[in-house]
Design a protein around this ligand. Structure first.
Ligand code: F6P
Length: 327
């Protein structure tokens, strides 16, 4: 058992809807176990600077339903250095913090794991990223909300695309992973879905678009993940405009971008975030460290942080095949 009395909690990397719900759960579970709880603002930047705020039950009232993160977030260059991490550890010790809950994605966990190894800090992670690209959990906090935001936007685009018989290239987030693209593509009835996990050839893209448009002369929607190797919506649009076969086709691109990161968390994200937040505190008190708490097949599961950031979570290739039948 680790003798923990004072918990530090932070959100880091890209924010995700549900981070606040997770923070609330960490604070309340900590207080329930008679721990002191301190929030660290601006992720690792705030850890280095000692930007701290004491958290009580009421300080996390009414935050469950809001997107973003009340603790703020950052991507810290300084924390990537040994010197930066030593400074952060010194700040934590100076302020009496003896264990950490990190809410974030793979970059956040890489940092947390280093802090654990270099300074023997008990740390535990809650998966928070809209990308859903973390090994060790079926879903990450924020993914469900982002997916629904993307689908809602595709539905809107479908209305206007149909009205004009247009081709739309819709770019969704996912620098390295196609979970959002694949699932919002299926849910939004996209004719073609392009993701970083598969090789995308421009000739195939052109062929599929032409065949779809000539068969129906109605709207065609191509969903492309930002990390797809053809350069997202802009890259594909340029290649199509340069091709005379596409001269008559009315084409528009929409990049959904950060709209997917904001907004009130879905019911499912709120529940997941609450469960994981409590799970983090309980697991720390049970003596676990350098692990992430996830949910796999409905069960809470701990995965070493090094596996979370070193291993790649696979997309469902059966779902990808489905798109060929459905489009
Ligand atoms: O990791 C989440 C994510 O939203 C990615 O999908 C996206 O590529 C990236 O963050 C964008 O990061 P930033 O907000 O720093 O530009």
């Amino acid at each position: 058992m680790q003798d923990i009395q004072h918990l530090g909690v932070y959100t880091s990397g890209g924010d995700a809807p549900g981070m606040n719900a997770c923070l609330r759960a960490v604070v309340r579970a900590g207080l329930d176990n008679d721990l002191e709880v301190t929030g660290i603002r601006r992720g690792y930047e705030g850890m280095i600077d000692g930007d701290l705020v004491e958290l009580d039950r009421r300080s996390v009232s009414n935050i469950m339903q809001s997107g973003g993160t009340v603790l703020k977030s950052a991507r810290s260059e300084k924390f990537r250095t040994e010197e930066g991490r030593a400074k952060a550890a010194e700040q934590l010790r100076k302020n009496g913090i003896d264990a950490l809950v990190a809410i974030g994605g793979d970059g956040t966990f890489r940092g947390a794991s280093k802090l654990h190894q270099e300074h023997e800090f008990p740390v535990i992670g809650a998966p928070g990223t809209i990308d859903n690209d973390l090994f060790g959990t079926d879903a990450t906090i924020g993914y469900d909300t982002a997916l629904n935001t993307a689908i809602e936007n595709i539905d809107r685009i479908r209305d206007t695309a149909d009205a004009h018989n247009r081709l739309f290239l819709v770019e969704v987030m996912g620098r390295d992973a196609g979970f959002i693209a694949l699932n919002c593509g299926i849910g939004g009835g996209a004719e073609l879905i392009l993701i970083p996990e598969t090789i995308t050839e421009m000739e195939m893209v052109k062929k599929r678009i032409l065949s779809h448009m000539s068969a129906q002369r109605r709207s065609t929607i191509v969903v492309v993940a930002e990390g797809d190797e053809l350069g997202g919506a802009r890259g594909i649009e340029q290649a199509l405009r340069d091709d005379s076969d596409f001269g008559d086709i009315d084409l528009r691109s929409t990049i959904l971008g950060h709209t997917q990161r904001g907004g009130a968390p879905s019911a499912s994200d709120r529940v997941l975030a609450s469960r994981l937040g409590v799970g983090c505190v309980e697991s720390l008190l049970d003596g676990h460290s350098d692990v992430m708490v996830g949910v796999v097949n409905g069960e809470t599961k701990l995965t070493p942080l090094r596996n979370v950031y070193n291993r790649r979570k696979s997309i469902d290739y059966d779902l990808l095949k489905l798109t060929q039948i459905l489009s």
